[in-house]
Design a binder for this molecule. Structure first.
Ligand code: PSU
Ligand code: MN
Length: 306
């Protein structure tokens, strides 16, 4: 049975919304499917702490026993980080988990839907999904791109994940009218690396400027989301050529094992972790933390701007 309200805010998030405090949404697929335990839990806690340090309130989103939760208690976050059977939920199956009492982690797409429902306008993650390499035959394109086109949430990431076809990913975003703003650089980042060789369509250098851009979009009645690409900090970045070698090997393994559908991204991230001796994970954690900080500053700037 579907509960009377399938939607539940934590006390902290409810109070923050009531008081008009800045909020930052966080996804949970990165916790359940994107990183191994216990690093996933440490990352999730640290990211929440960074957002608080910056004067905003974190709202980690997931479906727990059929309830779409916005803001998790510490014990719930820990339960999710150790869960073995959590679903990976996107727009297509978010409501399935709610209808049938399931527990699942939200991807970028599903987190945007929940954030918008709760009135949260800013969301931090690692890297969005996008157009997979070979999509011209597999048709594997993440639902994250369509969600950015339709749901008015600003997503801070370190670029689309470099396992993807980045050029095609940014072409699709342009077609769909999603602004791609690079923070503090002229070249789009490639998740674990700072450069992709792709020029940034737009560049802005401060949270205030990003908030002003979003306010102008709203005043023009332009719907949909916006992507902020924030390069991984220099100290934690991995050289692009090294990463490319691991990606080629990981993609070949996925192909050999016939990995398809929503398993592709978690499989590739796991293989990257193994092939890089954990270096991909260290960079991934650093970039998520960096994105959380920027997202919190944007949320604060949006609040200050009215
Ligand atoms: N960022 C990370 N690690 C992840 C993800 C993002 O650093 O695991 C997740 C996000 O939830 C994103 C998903 O929405 O990967 C993309 O999956 P797919 O390609 O199947 O749409
Ligand atoms: Mn896919």
């Amino acid at each position: 049975m579907v509960p009377a309200s399938p939607f539940g805010l934590s006390d902290e998030v409810a109070a923050a919304i009531e008081d008009g405090q800045p909020l930052v949404a966080l996804e949970s697929t990165i916790v359940t499917h994107g990183m191994p335990y216990p690093q996933n839990l440490a990352m999730a806690r640290r990211v929440e702490a960074i957002i608080r340090e910056e004067g905003a309130v974190p709202a980690t989103i997931a479906v727990l026993d059929g309830r779409l939760r916005v803001g998790l208690e510490a014990s719930e976050l820990e339960g999710l980080a150790t869960a073995r059977d959590a679903m990976k939920l996107s727009r297509a199956d978010l409501a399935y988990a709610v209808a049938f009492g399931r527990t699942g982690a939200t991807t970028v797409a599903a987190t945007m839907i929940a954030a918008a429902l709760a009135g949260i306008h800013v969301f931090a993650t690692g890297g969005i999904g996008g157009v997979h390499r070979g999509a011209e035959t597999s048709f594997d394109i993440s639902a994250d791109l369509e969600e950015l086109a339709r749901t008015p949430v600003l997503v801070v990431c370190a670029g689309a994940k470099a396992i993807l076809d980045l050029k095609k990913t940014y072409e699709v975003l342009e077609t769909k009218g999603v602004p791609v703003v690079c923070h503090g650089a002229d070249e789009l980042p490639a998740f674990w690396s700072r450069g992709s060789g792709i020029p940034a369509p737009l560049r802005l250098d401060s949270p205030e400027a990003i908030a002003a851009f979003q306010a102008a979009r709203q005043s023009l009645g332009i719907g949909g989301g916006m992507l902020i690409a924030n390069p991984v900090p220099e100290a934690d970045a991995l050289p692009q050529a090294t990463v490319d070698g691991w990606i080629d090997a990981a993609l070949a393994d996925a192909e050999a094992r016939g990995v398809v559908g929503k398993e592709v991204t978690p499989f590739l991230l796991r293989r990257m972790f193994e092939l890089s001796d954990g270096r991909s994970l260290t960079a991934n954690i650093a970039l998520v933390e960096n994105n959380a900080r920027l997202a919190a500053r944007i949320a604060v700037a949006m609040r200050a701007g009215g």
